[in-house]
Design a protein around this ligand. Structure first.
Ligand SMILES: [Fe+2]
Ligand SMILES: [Fe+2]
Length: 489
């Protein structure tokens, strides 16, 4: 389906035109979601409603100008505008899920523009798509939306049914895109797990199993692209994005350590749930900027045993997630017996706990948090984990982890001895080349920005006889205005 799903083996980002088209699609979907919420909260003449509808109209105009048409289409869990597939990301995930749900609930497969909609037209459409379906049979829902618009005299939209055949689109996407879908689905389900755990409810275990199977399959099939996605970080929604990253990296590491597929599924569950106890801790404490008081810190430490209780409460049926409970309890304990929670008798940490502790330390160390402005660079965190015995991590697992993601993991921004700046887009396969990854150069020696897709493999000596480039230090991507995920996903 169109060039949007392309990509192939090249680690470089899609051409500029594709990226722009995708950005426009994402913008429309986010505005549509924003407008739907505004229309629900305020009367149509409210200035907030008018503002978002004006922006939505302008965003649609831009697409219509470029493509000469505008058709929003849902195929399964994908959204397209004209031929451009929307790429769900952490920035637009809520909007994408909401728009898909609105369309699916009402049997709407396509929304095309016949004429430029007025504000009133949008308000009517969004009202119709947000109305409860009640006991309207599934086959009649689209007609009921169309009738409502007709009766209101709205002519600017042409609605079409869902073309279920289009659901097959998923089989055509390449590994990279499939990894992205797997990642975003896992984030959505994990968010639901945390939300419902916070509200005292439960989440469908079948959904959890399904996303875990997706993660394990994707790690087995295309490890590089799904690991690349763990460089995605979302500041506001830290806990569950962190949980997804820890899940993916733990499964990949478990595979390196020779675990079987059923073991990987169990490890994935344990890793995904390791911090689920945080759902039982006050958000004021979890998101508090600045240092925690001793009392608050004690509350945060409670997430370990609270996680065990939360797992007991989940409807796993006959299956008891014992290993996940052990990991929830143990992941902050250290191999030397230190850490928390303290227990009277010390017991060797389980293998799963040791794996999750290493990955957890890495992901937490490299993330930006409310109390930490500048995250450590991934390579500094790895070196610290390797060299600092006081962390109490299992050295064999740390070594395997570094072997897996490289001392300069994907997405690390590095400065070279030539003065150039690059982003790591490929990890060396030979461990003796650990310090020589593949880079996309983004800043030239004279400080100018490099816009073409120049890739250099530091392990390969330059053909012109010059000495090979060497990494002299890592840098905070923000210093150079670099969005790491533009290069790694
Ligand atoms: Fe934790
Ligand atoms: Fe954690």
């Amino acid at each position: 389906m169109s060039a949007a799903a392309g990509g192939g083996r090249n680690p470089s980002p899609a051409p500029e035109a594709n990226r722009l088209a995708r950005k426009r699609v994402s913008e429309v979907v986010q505005l549509l979601h924003g407008a739907a919420r505004a229309v629900r909260l305020y009367p149509a003449e409210n200035s907030a409603v008018r503002k978002v509808l004006t922006e939505l109209g302008a965003a649609c105009d831009r697409i219509e100008e470029a493509d000469r048409q505008f058709e929003l289409k849902r195929a399964g869990n994908d959204l397209f505008i004209n031929d451009t597939r929307l790429r769900p990301g952490l920035d637009n995930l809520t909007a994408v899920n909401a728009v898909i749900a609105m369309m699916r609930n009402h049997g709407v497969g396509t929304i095309a523009l016949r004429a430029r909609p007025t504000h009133r037209d949008w308000v009517e459409l969004l009202g119709a798509l947000r109305q409860a379906v009640g006991n309207v049979p599934e086959d009649d829902r689209l007609a009921s939306v169309a009738t409502r618009l007709d009766e209101a005299g709205v002519q600017s939209f042409a609605l079409g049914p869902t073309n279920e055949g289009l659901d097959e689109v998923e089989t055509e996407v390449d590994g990279k895109e499939r990894s992205r879908q797997t990642y975003m689905r896992t984030v959505t389900v994990t968010r639901d797990i945390f939300r419902s755990a916070r509200a005292g409810g439960t989440v469908g275990v079948r959904r959890v199993r399904r996303v875990l199977r997706g993660v394990v399959d994707q790690v087995l099939k295309d490890e590089v692209s799904i690991i690349g996605l763990t460089t995605l970080r979302d500041f506001d929604e830290y806990t569950f994005v962190h949980s997804v990253n820890v899940c993916i990296l733990s499964v990949a590491l478990g595979r390196r350590l020779g675990l079987s597929k059923p073991q990987l599924l169990e490890l994935g569950l344990a890793a995904l749930m390791h911090d689920v106890g945080k759902a039982r801790i006050s958000l004021d404490v979890l998101n508090k900027p600045g240092a925690l008081t001793e009392d608050e810190f004690a509350q945060v430490r409670e997430h370990t045993w609270r996680g065990v209780l939360a797992l007991f409460g989940m409807p796993f049926g006959a299956f008891r997630p014992w290993r996940a409970m052990v990991v929830a309890f143990e992941h902050h304990r250290r191999t030397d017996g230190a850490g928390y929670p303290r227990t009277r008798r010390s017991r060797a940490l389980s293998l799963f706990s040791r794996i999750v502790a290493v990955v957890d330390g890495f992901d937490a160390g490299t993330s930006k948090r409310v109390y930490k402005d500048i995250p450590w660079s991934p390579s500094d965190v790895l070196r610290d984990m390797r060299d600092c015995a006081r962390h109490g991590l299992d050295p064999v697992i740390v070594k395997a982890f570094i072997g897996m993601i490289g001392i300069y993991p994907l997405g690390t921004v590095v400065v070279l001895d030539t003065g150039e700046v690059g982003v790591v887009v490929g990890v060396p396969t030979d461990p003796s080349d650990a310090e020589r990854p593949v880079l996309r150069l983004v800043v030239a020696a004279d400080g100018s920005r490099i816009t073409d897709e120049t890739t250099v493999d530091l392990a390969v000596p330059p053909a012109d006889g010059r000495p090979p480039r060497t990494i002299i230090r890592t840098e905070d991507p923000e210093r150079y205005g670099i969005v790491v995920t533009d290069y790694t996903t």
